[in-house]
Design a protein around this ligand. Structure first.
Ligand code: GLA
Length: 692
């Protein structure tokens, strides 16, 4: 990471350079984020000294990489504080740069108030992702109120136009990828719910409006945080854009105590050529290389009992399902909600984490032994941050939930949120979870979180609003401890489906329950959005019953399997009601998935489309897997061939099922004949192997 002179820095990644420079007033500007530049070229960049068409107060903000509230900052700012005397403007003076391996830290201090600000940049040898964070330190004797402390403000180069890609959604319809022209002014995306949220995922991409799936330059940013967050994309009147991204939300503010340091979570940013699919693939490599704890491990084919038994759980019913799941080839059996306390429906028992004695008179051991005896791992559902008011836990500790004096305790799904900012609540959660894992042969935990915060107060606490950050830290701390003590156990993140999927949680969990919506056709869009950032191996995808219990839409078994095969395939249907024919076809499809699993879960992903035919291709080494489908045929028209990507044009590829040998050049230029059946919808999976 060389630097051009004392006031200009080059942040180099394998293919890109991000250039920072201080102006005469120690304001830090982002001058370049694109192809590699050397020092000499960086010194030639326009920016700091370029003549401005407009006065400084009209167009400066969207060029600042460290963007504190200050005089003439009329746009959004990434750093806002309030000192004890009410002052809100920062006047930062540069104090020095510090380089430590792949990290560069630029230090600043306020010219008058005892506040230090450090902005930190981290690079890696194998990815163009840059990670950034900000560190604040209160050196004074008075608290400093933190209004906004973003991890990064990313400065884009000037483009002719700006298009925003975002992931929005709702319960059952997470990760909807939408592209819109970026309006002038400030576009705010975020969550005020206490968790990452279904409504938006902390990722966005920007391009000039001309990028396609396989062409064009794309800038994308993400945040490694599972609590509330915000991203502001600001397009100034002079057509410059920056994106400021961080934890917290308006209007929450909290005090930084004298002597205290606040370190923000990391924001990750990436500039890629090769269109949206290349950006997504670069994110997948980064998640595997630098986020996940077990990136090389393929995820097991799991069976989850939720859609089959709901709350009607018993040792007998679970054993029966486990037997059927094992016969299909499932490798892990996950018992969902309803196994503990008085939890026979969603009205009572949440918080009382001992097996229900009527349902499990001899405890969990007989079921777990049975599952292990069938050759499967055993997984279990928990929701440690929640409590039903009708529970022994709540009766004993009504003060453990978020609440406000003189306000009702609003419930959804008859539950309240436990205050994970409290040490005693964290201890309690760790104690019973640790015991559950220690006393039983539990191999997998599905950690759920089924409602957003309301009345998020902590009466008596000195800095009540801190809970918005401390809750997430508490959740992380419990997860980190459990993982350290139980390194064998794998964890799935879930919040009513995909409400808590982000780079922060993926550093502590192994996969995501993508959506409660298991309808294969709805899943196409949900999974495509998810795949913009997260790799297939963390994308939990169950095959369930037809018609789908949520949408009532019928879909063929093959289509349900094939769509789920583009992620971490799992089964979640009521196997007790599946026909022998379906069970035997399902067994064959599970076996087929296992043949393509490494390619899908660990390979490079390419979205495919040709007219009415769509699909996803994965390449890994010599192996290619193509999963493709057609939902509606145009009568009288044959299905188009599906052109493939990332193949060696000079090589030949063998279709592993038919033995037919195809030329890479022809598959890429003309496409693959999928041989889909005539009836809609139709789907297939094709395995190809490079033979020379
Ligand atoms: C949430 C999850 C589901 C299931 C139920 C259990 O909705 O997303 O998968 O675990 O809770 O109550």
């Amino acid at each position: 990471m060389p630097h051009a002179d004392d006031r200009t820095w080059l942040i180099d990644t394998p293919n890109t350079t991000y250039v920072l420079a201080l102006d005469d007033d120690d304001r830090l500007h982002g001058l370049h984020w694109g192809r590699r530049l050397n020092r000499e070229q960086a010194a030639d960049l326009p920016g700091l000294h370029a003549p401005r068409a407009r006065p400084v107060f009209d167009g400066l903000d969207a060029r600042l990489d460290l963007n504190p509230a200050a005089a003439f900052r009329y746009g959004q700012t990434g750093l806002q504080v309030r000192f004890a005397d009410g002052t809100t403007e920062l006047e930062l003076r540069f104090t020095g740069a510090h380089r430590d391996g792949d990290e560069l830290a630029l230090g600043f201090e306020d010219r008058h108030y005892p506040l230090d600000v450090r902005t930190v940049y981290r690079t890696f040898p194998d990815t163009d992702v840059i990670e950034r964070r900000v560190v604040l330190r209160n050196r004074g004797d008075d608290p400093v109120e933190i209004v906004r402390a973003d991890s990064a403000t990313w400065v884009l180069p000037r483009l002719d136009d700006y298009r925003l890609s975002q992931l929005h959604g709702s319960w059952g319809a997470e990760f909807q990828l939408t592209r819109t022209r970026l309006p002038y002014g400030e576009t705010l995306i975020g969550s005020r719910r206490g968790i990452t949220g279904h409504q938006s995922n902390p990722w966005l991409a920007l391009d000039d409006g001309t990028a396609g799936e396989y062409s064009g330059r794309v800038w994308s940013v993400a945040l490694a945080w599972s609590g509330t967050w915000r991203m502001t994309a600001e397009r100034s009147t002079d057509d410059r854009v920056s994106v400021s991204i961080g934890f917290g939300h308006d209007p929450v503010a909290f005090a930084l105590a004298p002597g205290e340091t606040l370190e923000t979570p990391a924001s990750a940013g990436l500039c890629t050529d090769g269109g949206f699919s290349a950006g997504a693939a670069a994110w997948h490599d980064y998640v595997r290389g630098h986020v996940l704890a077990h990136p090389g491990e393929v995820r097991p084919v799991l069976y989850n009992s939720w859609e089959a038994t709901g709350f009607d759980v018993s040792a007998g019913s679970q054993m029966k399902l486990a037997e059927r799941a094992a016969a299909l080839g499932c490798e892990l059996f996950v018992m969902d909600d309803g196994w503990f306390g008085a939890r026979v429906d969603d009205r009572a028992g949440l918080g009382d984490w001992t097996p229900n004695p009527d349902r499990f008179p001899d405890g969990l051991a007989p079921l777990i032994d049975h599952v292990h005896g069938l050759g499967m791992g055993f997984g279990i559902w928990v929701e440690p941050e929640m409590v039903n008011p009708d529970s022994d836990l709540y009766r004993a500790h009504p003060d453990w939930v978020y609440h406000r004096p003189h306000r009702r305790r609003s419930e959804t799904r008859q539950q309240l949120v436990l205050n994970f900012a409290r040490d005693d609540v964290r201890e309690w959660a760790h104690e019973w979870l640790d015991r559950l894992l220690r006393d039983h042969g539990v191999d997998f935990v599905k950690w759920d979180m089924n409602r957003p915060f309301t009345e998020a107060g902590w009466p008596g606490a000195e800095h009540g609003d801190r809970l918005w950050i401390e809750h997430t830290r508490g959740y992380y701390a419990v997860l980190d401890r459990l993982r350290a003590d139980h390194p064998r156990v794998r964890i799935e993140t879930c919040a009513s489906g995909g409400g808590r999927a982000d780079l922060g949680v993926l550093a502590r969990t192994d996969q995501v329950w993508t959506s409660d919506n298991t309808d294969a056709i709805d899943r196409i869009a949900i999974q495509e959005g998810f795949a913009q950032l997260y790799p297939a191996q963390v994308m939990g995808a169950w095959v369930t019953d037809s018609p789908n219990p949520f949408t009532r839409r019928a879909a063929p078994l093959d289509l349900r399997f094939h769509i789920a095969m583009t992620g971490a395939l799992a089964v979640g249907g009521d196997l007790r009601r599946w026909t022998e024919r379906d069970l035997s076809r399902a067994e064959a499809l599970v076996a087929e998935y296992k043949r393509v699993r490494e390619t899908v879960q660990l390979g490079r992903r390419y979205p495919l489309r040709a007219g009415t035919v769509q699909g996803v291709q994965f390449n890994r080494g010599a192996d290619t897997a193509v999963v493709a489908w057609r939902l509606e045929r145009r009568f009288g028209y044959p299905d188009p061939l599906l052109p493939l990507h990332g193949l060696d044009h000079g090589a030949r590829y063998r279709d592993e099922a038919t033995g037919r040998v195809r030329h890479g050049a022809v598959l890429a230029e003309h496409g693959l004949d999928l041989g889909l059946s005539e009836a809609d919808p139709a789907s297939t999976v094709i395995r190809l192997r490079r033979i020379d």
